[in-house]
Design a protein around this ligand. Sequence first.
Ligand code: ADP
Length: 191
Amino acid sequence: MLNIVIFGPPGSGKGTQSENLIKTYQLEHVSTGDLLRHEISTNTQLGALAKKHMDKGELVPDEVIIGMIDSFLDKCSTTAKGVIFDGFPRTVAQAEALNDLLKTYNTEVAVTLNLEVPEDELITRLIERGKTSGRSDDNLDTIKSRLDVYNKQTKPVLDFYKKLGKVADIKGVGSIDAIFADIKQAVDSAK
Ligand code: ADP
């Protein structure tokens, strides 16, 4: 299996580039943010819990997220050529859990694509997105909390994968196509 983690701060283009990856490599895609927003829109108990955290820009508890990934893999693993993990793992505990889960399927993360975008550009993009996304977390206060959470809780995940030699740094500024060309090169050399 070709398993890819698409990594980067909020607004770095993970979702956009995931779409390119899906088209090019025919992989399954799991976005924990999308799964959580689906829970919220269908009014589940999990959705209600998630919303409390998401509206403050905080992370949803690890056990909730890991449970979602576990059931996703359970459903797709026999047929999938590989999986793109988008917005996950966001803590070192999640990264460790993903390693353990993938081991049970005799597979592992091939590469972590680290999208690098300066903070002022991220804020501009997220505010712009907020005008049309309808996402209650795309407002300046929540954006600032999300960036803070990213720096404190999520960035350490990079060191986790760096120790395993599995990080490709990608400059996340420029045209979507130019960024994807770099991504493709990184994925092809990790295959
Ligand atoms: P973005 O990358 O723009 O912040 P996401 O859709 O990935 O957008 O995430 C939105 C929110 O969902 C996060 O701020 C967080 O509250 C929650 N969330 C998503 N993925 C995770 C995760 N892996 N662990 C904890 N919380 C998560």
